[in-house]
Design a protein around this ligand. Sequence first.
Ligand code: SIN
Ligand code: FE2
Length: 209
Amino acid sequence: MSHAAVSITPGVEYFPGFLDRAAQEALRDDVLAILEAAPPFHPRMPRTGKPFSVRMSNCGSLGWVSDERGYRYQATHPETGRPWPAIPSRLVAAFAAIAPDAPPPEACLINLYDSAARMGLHQDRDENELAAPVVSFSLGDTALFRVGGLQRNAPTRSFRLASGDAMSLAGESRLAFHGVDRVIAGSSTLLPQGGRINLTLRRVTKASG
Ligand code: SIN
Ligand code: FE2
């Protein structure tokens, strides 16, 4: 693992090439096994029920889901009703390398992008523990990632998240608006079917003690 961080803005840290190719392949295989046990589902927007363009799954004691009833964390898969698979130990270790002072992550959201998928600007704010950073790892095709400020209309910057890159939102940028403008099809050979996987790790509950 490489740990050289590039600060995009205060609290937005970018770690290009954090995972080498062997680590990406091992993590990819972990994720493909998780998706067998916890199949991707189509999240839907609260109220309108409009489907997201990404498919999702989760691992960890809690998973993030969205449907007509709203955004929330829950301990079970919305379709199978089964508990989420555990977060792979190599991913817990990678989180700890980036956020050594944070309590261990409870949720890992798995976002699956095909070449047409994107994610509109949003904040990650469904967690009770906002002191811990949000840490994400990208596998497969490169994404054009956009990050702004604490208001939706604040100026934004964009940068590329390629396979093996990590980034974190911490401190004053923990609630920064962010999203994915698009994914560059065919930019990586890591995933047999192409596309992009983003793994976002979060602490949800307040750590005790
Ligand atoms: C997210 O904000 O949930 C995903 C970000 C990404 O795909 O890089
Ligand atoms: Fe997010």
